[in-house]
Design a protein around this ligand. Sequence first.
Ligand code: 5HY
Length: 253
Amino acid sequence: MRIRVINPNTTQSMTETIAAAARAVASPGTEIVAATSRSGAASIEGHYDEAMSVLGLIDEINDGPPCDAHVIACFGDPGLLAAREVTAAPVIGIAEAAMHAASFVATGFSVVTTLERTRVIAEHLVHNYGMERHCRRVRATDIPVLELEDPLSNARATILEECEKAISEDKAGAIVLGCAGMADLAQFLERRLGVPVIDGVAAAVKFAEALVGMGLSTSKRGDLAFPLPKLYRGKLADYAPTDRSITPSRQRA
Ligand code: 5HY
């Protein structure tokens, strides 16, 4: 099978970190095709960045090679439901995947994310995904996303310290890493902390393999049916939905 792992920010080096984490867990028969959004923010650190990232994400879904599933490799799961409308292939967000994985291995987890101002985004996802009874707390390290890429930054130590607080203060039995850019830290942290540390990229790839392996595709009845054909004007005129009922989808179901 082929899984497209899409980084909705426009930083190629972060996509490489994401792709390595995806390939590290992919089954032998799974091809990981990594993609970096061609338009939008270098890093997604707030509501505006997230909103602006969705068109680049949709472009990668619509313009990419046929695949069996897609992963949105950004912890805000931007555009998740819109993405599920435009393709029949399963679309998995790394936040949703990580939270479910954590709920299978601990009765309580904490999320450790980047900037304080993005903490509320993760809190909203906890609510949207019905994870209130599993999530002890969402913690922020106030590390800018791209600083995760800087080997001279103190990011690794800061994240470890926040994870230790989550375990001692929140009584978290597991940690969810709240940024795709932390994907390469899961093993290091798990060894130091002695609890499961879940990277959403890995979780999303394995859930995607499971769904495809079960022969499941996104429901095309109701709210996740292909978008209604209609006129779009202005800068988004090219995004006008066409009538998918008569043109075969380019994506394998
Ligand atoms: C992410 N931003 O996973 C999110 C994390 C965050 O550019 N990739 C980003 O801090 O919201």
